[in-house]
Design a protein around this ligand. Structure first.
Ligand code: NAD
Ligand code: MG
Length: 394
């Protein structure tokens, strides 16, 4: 590839954003940062701007924009500071951008990610919630704009690497029997069920293998993360939920597998470091150095597998039911989960209440059809309102 790729990193101050900038900085001859966004930790955003000298930075509101603009000017930078969702959508869709890393967490990332998709960009999708919420509409937008969608979630990136280039013809057509989605099982894989009642946010965020943002860390502990990933895989690879099996693999060395009709099972392995899928997607179809150390199988020693226990992890069942129900159900599942995780992190509910609250929200409302984005946001708002009522009653 000849020209330098201009990249927008949405959610630059987060775990995925920082890993992305680490990979980009290793290849100045290939990549240039066009825009960076941050929602909190704006002092860190300023430092990132000094290092990467983007054309634009995006912050939550006008006041934060004035502050950052002032300090960047004092630093001698001509970075222009934009704000709000409008600013995020503008830097995602700008005609000069080649590639967008969608790494905002949660529903807040949906509009900016879709803006990148609709503008036909190469979109590196970390923000799984956006796809879970709007599945059919999102994939329709990818097809009609010609955007190139590459998965960053390590499991989906692994599946993508194990599938043939023409998998869009249909999994059955290319000889796939099923997809095996691996899960670490999180920090509570072996915690006695009765003790789950008392686990704290700090324990939930202490993931054994991965270092991640707080929301996805809690999702990993409840296995809602795997539930969201099941839905994500259905959309990305046009799979039915029955074609996807979740396998607990506690070492997080195999990132997922594809089982073919001839008995071949292909897997992608590597050290658990998100810079590998990020570098893969950035350079695809080429390969570049990611800074991740080589996998040493002698140190890994063994690979273990077990079936997930849905009594321990009811969120997995709720996610499967939501994708089977279709329509507004996944958007409601996602929104209720976002409220529940936030309430758990604030110490307002117990860990085991996360699944209870989500189930109660899903049962309170019949599934609606979603034919346009408005209906997705309506389902999201309804679920947040119902979750708020549940919280008030407990
Ligand atoms: P994080 O919390 O570390 O970072 C989130 C980023 O989003 C930050 O830059 C933050 O400023 C920004 N943000 C938060 N709320 C916002 C809002 N309302 N509006 C605009 N920006 C906002 O999260 P993360 O761990 O980097 O995860 C980001 C996304 O990537 C999530 O969807 C997560 O599920 C996905 N993901 C993360 C990992 C990982 O290893 N961290 C792995 C796979 C997928
Ligand atoms: Mg993942």
């Amino acid at each position: 590839m000849s020209a330098v790729q201009r990249i927008t990193v949405l959610g630059a101050t987060g775990s995925i954003g920082l890993s992305t900038l680490d990979v980009i900085a290793r290849h100045p001859e290939r990549y240039r940062v066009f825009a960076l966004s941050g929602f909190s930790r704006l002092a860190e955003l300023r430092v990132l701007c000094l290092k990467h000298r983007p054309r634009y930075a995006v912050v939550p509101d006008a006041q934060a924009a004035r502050t950052l603009q002032g300090s960047l000017q004092a630093d001698g930078l001509d970075t222009q500071v934009l704000c709000g969702e409008e600013g995020l959508c503008a830097v995602a869709a700008d005609a000069e951008v080649d590639c967008v890393m969608a790494a905002i967490v949660g529903a807040a990332g949906l509009r900016p990610t879709l803006a990148a998709v609709q503008a036909g960009k190469k979109v590196l999708l970390a923000n799984k919630e956006a796809l879970v919420m709007s599945g059919a509409l999102f994939m329709q937008a990818v097809r009609s704009s010609g955007a190139v969608l590459l998965p960053i979630d390590s499991e989906h990136n692994a599946i993508f690497q194990c599938l043939p280039g023409d998998y869009a013809r249909g999994l059955q057509q290319v000889g796939v029997r099923r997809v095996l989605l691996t899960a670490s099982g999180g920090p509570f894989r072996e915690t006695p069920l009765a003790a789950l009642e008392h686990v704290t946010p700090e324990q939930a965020c202490a993931h054994p293998n991965w270092s991640m943002g707080r929301k996805i860390s809690v999702d990993s502990a409840s296995m809602m993360n795997k539930g969201l990933e099941l839905i994500e895989a259905c959309w990305l690879f046009d799979a039915r939920p029955e074609q996807i099996e979740v396998v607990i693999h506690r070492q997080s060395v195999i990132h997922s597998l594809v089982d073919y009709v001839d008995g071949s099972v292909l897997a992608q392995l590597g050290n658990p470091d998100m810079r590998t899928p990020i570098a893969h997607a950035l350079a695809w179809p080429e390969r570049i150095d990611s800074g991740v150390s080589p996998l040493d199988l002698f140190t890994v020693g063994r690979l273990d597998f077990e079936r997930p226990d849905e009594q321990r992890f009811p969120c997995l069942r709720l996610a499967r039911e939501a994708v089977q129900a279709g329509g507004s159900a996944p958007a409601m599942l996602n929104a209720a989960n976002e409220v529940a995780v936030e309430a758990f992190l604030q110490g307002r509910i117990r860990f085991i209440d996360i699944a209870r609250m989500i189930e109660s929200v899903l049962n309170a409302q019949p599934v609606q059809a979603v034919e346009a984005l408005d209906a997705v946001f309506e389902a999201d708002a309804q679920a947040r309102a119902l979750a708020g009522e549940w919280l008030a009653g407990h």
